[in-house]
Design a protein around this ligand. Structure first.
Ligand code: C2E
Ligand code: MG
Ligand code: MG
Ligand code: MG
Length: 283
């Protein structure tokens, strides 16, 4: 009996793996087919500075709807593109489209674009970015790239030289999902970082958990001491905003202030204006 159960377990396990493998193969095939078509889109999510009430930038977020698979999350298709060697052309396409859009935005609204870890495996990511900036004529100081600690951990030397080069031409660098990796703090002194994005998981726990609020406060203090910009991501509620402001984190991004959308708008949302009124009343 035990023996037959064991055999069944193995059978189910391999059936699952087989299904998973086939799904991945299909994702990669569809990705290859749709690359460069309008089935890929770039959405933009706004970032605000609550002290000034101004829109400071938009983060570009890739979207893909495959005829065969339906909408696929970037958390799925970015790793798939990495695995099948399509991340370079896909990223260049996203960056080009976003930079071209950003040339129409009023100054000083910035464009933030995510780069994946795999792009630092080769040395030419800085070349690609410089090429796209020239081609689209977006001034380098209007571009910010977002990277995660994983990207730095896996490819330390190529990442450092690519980031230094980009920094040298005026591109700024944000550390994404801050606090979720292994050794966040050491990265701050070893890489040219301009900005920290406090991960959504901290923001979510902010109002329920005092330890989290202490951690966020420490990150904000660190940012001030090192002269880094700090932005909280995934802000969804007014309570989170109140806490963030009490802690001294004034830059925000999240559904409360605007979802990622295909088209950008420049009017300041009601929620930001209300906060400005509050500030004026208390001043
Ligand atoms: P990320 O860079 O940390 O982006 C933030 C994610 O949180 C986005 O998910 C965004 O839609 C979502 N988000 C924003 N505000 C809120 C909120 O208030 N609540 C909640 N629950 N979620 C919020 P998305 O667009 O699905 O992207 C997921 C991840 O995929 C990104 O995380 C990024 O790591 C990656 N990604 C997206 N687009 C690109 C791209 O063009 N290139 C690369 N390399 N990675 C990308
Ligand atoms: Mg990001
Ligand atoms: Mg993030
Ligand atoms: Mg993320």
């Amino acid at each position: 009996r035990a023996k037959s159960e064991g055999r069944n377990t193995i059978r189910f396990f391999t059936a699952d793996m087989d299904r998973e493998f086939r799904r991945r193969r299909q994702t990669e095939d569809e990705l290859r087919r749709d690359l460069g078509t309008d089935r890929f889109k770039v959405y933009y999510q706004p970032q605000f500075d609550l002290r000034t009430g101004s829109l400071t930038g938009y983060e570009a977020l890739a979207r893909w709807t495959s005829p065969a698979l339906g909408p696929v999350s970037p958390e799925v298709f970015i790793p798939a593109a990495e695995a099948c060697g399509l991340i370079a052309p896909l990223s260049e396409w996203i960056l080009t489209k976003a930079c071209r859009a950003a040339t129409e935005w009023p100054e000083p609204v910035k464009l933030a674009v995510n780069l994946s870890a795999a792009q630092f495996r080769t040395g030419d990511v800085a070349d690609m970015i410089e090429r796209v900036l020239r081609w689209t004529t977006l001034p380098p100081d209007r571009l910010e790239i977002e990277i995660t600690e994983t990207a730095l951990l896996r490819n330390t030397e190529t990442a450092r030289s690519a980031l230094n080069r980009l920094r040298g031409i005026g591109v700024s660098i944000a550390l994404d999902d801050f606090g979720t990796g292994y050794s966040s703090l050491s990265y701050l002194s070893r890489f040219p970082i301009d900005k920290i994005k406090i991960d959504r998981s901290f923001v979510q726990r902010l109002t329920a958990d005092r330890n989290t609020s202490a951690i966020v406060q420490a990150i904000v203090g660190l940012g001030k001491a090192l002269d880094l910009e700090i932005i909280a991501e995934g802000v969804e509620t007014h309570d989170q905003v109140a806490q963030l402001r009490a802690i001294g984190c004034h830059r925000v991004q999240g559904y409360l202030f605007g979802r990622p959308r295909e088209t950008v708008g420049f009017p300041i949302p009601e929620v930001v204006r209300r906060l400005q009124d509050l500030d004026r009343a208390s001043a």
